[in-house]
Design a protein around this ligand. Sequence first.
Ligand code: PMT
Length: 406
Amino acid sequence: MKGKTIVLGVSGGIAAYKAAELCRLLQQEGATVQVVMTAAAREFITPLTFATLTGRPTLTTLFGNENESPLTHIDLAARADLFLVAPATANTLARLAHGFADDLLSATALAVTCPTLVAPAMNVNMYNKDSVQANLATLKQRGWIIVEPAEGELACGTSGKGRLASLEVIVAACRRALSPQDYQGRIVLVTAGGTREPLDPVRYLGNYSSGKMGYALAQAAWERGAKVTLISASQLQPPPEVELVPVQTAAEMLAALQERFSDADLVVKAAAVADFRPRAVAPQKLKKNGQIEPVVELELTEDILAILGRQKDKQLLVGFAAETENLLTNARQKLKAKKLDLIVANDVTRPGAGFGSDSNVVTLIYPDGSIKELPRLTKIEVAHCILDAIRILPGWRKTGQMGGAI
Ligand code: PMT
């Protein structure tokens, strides 16, 4: 969101107080936030709160705004890269759906040409009312992005659908609305986390993967318009609107991928998959037995990428190589052996790289042998660089033929 201006319209419901935190989160993402409040919103929270957070005056009226152009709504609309109304009350939804222009928020909504989002919040019965649903349908049909409210306890004492969507969900929707939609129509499968191979009912063989790298890839692909399925052996919460398929073992990961592989355009395997598993899983917890040292016999797991590499048709296959030595040589061998279109070589011994960290340091290796070294970046930045690289692979134009329903 760096360099982007978000006009944040706040209307008058109890969730208006959450808009202050939303404002802060959007700024943390690099956006400049200009707040516009309705008269009703000012009953719940003061313009001073937003002015303090944003460092710029909060705009509340159509006319007479000091230091602003006389046509504030036109000027604001011209500056806006994104127009977001959060919370949007039933009244504000009605005014937006019917093209009212008698306050700054509604007039600006008519003047903007940028992407527009609403995040409704109200009592469950109000939300379910035909008129409100019809207004939402109208807005949706006209291209507004609706960030659906969540279900749960409501401030009025009832419970149901009507809570303002979580701020993370709203921020993610903003990121997607501001991103190039260059993965639109693509079906993307991402694997994440470390598989767990059971030894007995209470123990497993595992590794240190947190899932952060895979989740960042899933989020980045979703932001860029893809339909994303995350096949995950991690406990992390999935990004919003990404289908989550939880798995534990290498065999389960393979089965989940094979079920979806024929429809997929792209598979990115960031997961750390166990190469070995105990040959036998004990049905009961293994007990210590005097002085006898236990021996666990291992067998090879399925090499998922190698199997997909043999089955692939139009799909692009991207693997990772987690290495502690001979990074490029080992990664190149994996690229070739698994018939990959790209491999992400990851020296997991480098500071700020690999397992568990929020950043990563990787080198992209192409089938023609050329490489691209990336500096230390956050995992979401690394994910976007990988997606940029995939888009220029020769096989890219063969993808997207299924027109993945978004
Ligand atoms: O999850 P994080 O904490 O964010 O950490 C990120 C990461 C270090 C796990 C990630 O950046 C990474 O390097 N993932 C690959 C881990 C790995 O298993 O590398 P590998 O070199 O052992 O495997 C090579 C490739 O084959 C990988 O894409 C792997 O998913 C795949 N594989 C491996 C074994 C197997 N049986 N089947 C496979 O498909």
